[in-house]
Design a protein around this ligand. Structure first.
Ligand SMILES: Cc1ncc(C[n+]2csc(CCOP(=O)(O)OP(=O)(O)O)c2C)c(N)n1
Length: 317
């Protein structure tokens, strides 16, 4: 089926229709050639097709940035919001419509700078959603300003002599939040790992925080280059309850068995800087999700009007 020929949102949920990955592409992505966002979009499309998610029951929410353009390219419902505010919007959607599959895409600026307060609280709320944080270590859309994840010493327009502070580590920060339930790291240049991580995030009942190391060919072309050229500098965290892609054994010789149930080990690993680590750092499927704790009662429109009228009656003279 061609995604150009038919708008999927016009289709009623029809179990007979088999959607393929390209059916989920609304229009071609407009990112720079070589941008890692393309790889993330491909993995997302594969996941949507694998799960046969119904476009009218799926929503992509974003803030502002290159990575936040996702809702324009994915053939589902979408909400391209304001800078740093994707998570409260997504939480509201999940509370009002818990049956929807909610995905969030954010950049590192979106998430760890202007949206940092929302990030911490959304992690603690643990509403069931997949959060893809595309970390290119820079403000991309606004053309090259230092973000909290920019490596210390890395020059940008706002720090021409190099970023003065050590970079904020989003894994360390998320793992430090009470009630965090899923924290993983993957990279756009390892597509099999990227896809497997997204699948695990989708399967997790709760707030799945996935940091995707993402190439920006324009402004941070060299930050991940060492790791791309030399796989020995990357260690895969593997476990039967984590992310394990057998086909990657050939490429990545450094593998560490890490049980993602162990929060202390997860935190210790996130603090180590000797190697880049990809994999599932932490996962706990037993934590309660916010939309169940704060379930919005389902009442009809008539009942809502009746309750409002009853309330107004109390003030009538
Ligand atoms: C309230 C507000 N402040 C600042 C901006 C300008 N702005 C738009 S996108 C952006 C940063 C984008 O960087 P990032 O979130 O890392 O995403 P990327 O473009 O790298 O994917 C900024 C500062 C804005 N749109 N709104």
């Amino acid at each position: 089926m061609s995604s150009l020929a038919i708008s999927l949102l016009d289709l009623e949920a029809d179990s007979q229709v088999c959607l393929e990955a390209d059916d989920y592409q609304k229009r071609p992505g407009k990112w720079c050639a070589g941008c890692g966002d393309f790889g993330a979009l491909n993995a997302v499309k594969r996941l949507l097709a694998k799960e046969q998610l119904q476009p009218e029951k799926t929503v992509f929410v974003s803030g502002i940035g290159c990575s936040s353009r996702f809702p324009h390219y994915v053939n589902t419902y979408g909400f391209h919001g304001i800078h740093g505010r994707a998570l409260p919007v997504a939480t509201g959607i999940k509370l009002a419509r818990p049956e929807l599959d909610v995905f969030v895409t954010m950049g590192d600026g979106d998430c760890t700078s202007i949206g940092a307060g929302h990030w911490i609280h959304a992690t603690r709320y643990n509403a069931d959603m997949v959060v893809l944080m595309l970390d290119n270590n820079i403000y991309g859309l606004t053309k090259n300003q230092t973000s909290p994840t920019t490596p210390q010493g890395y020059a940008s327009m706002t720090s021409p002599k190099g970023a003065v502070l050590p970079a904020l580590d989003p894994l360390q920060a998320t793992l430090g939040v009470s009630n965090a339930s899923f924290v993983a790291q993957t990279a756009d240049w390892v597509p099999a790992h990227l896809y497997a991580t997204m699948q695990a995030a989708y399967d997790h009942p709760g707030f799945s925080f996935v940091r995707i190391l993402q190439r920006c060919p324009k402004f941070t072309a060299d930050v991940f280059q060492k790791n791309i050229e030399n796989p020995d500098l990357t260690e895969l965290l593997v476990h039967e309850n984590g992310v394990d892609v057998p086909s990657l054994k050939q490429l990545f010789k450094a593998r560490r068995v890490h049980d993602p149930k162990n929060i202390d080990d997860a935190r210790a690993l996130a603090h180590r800087t000797d190697k880049l680590r990809l994999g599932m750092f932490f996962r706990d499927d037993s934590l309660p999700v916010y939309e169940e704790i704060r379930a919005v009662p389902k009442i009809s429109a008539e009942e809502k009007v009746a309750r409002l009228n009853k309330e107004f009656e109390r003030y009538a003279v």
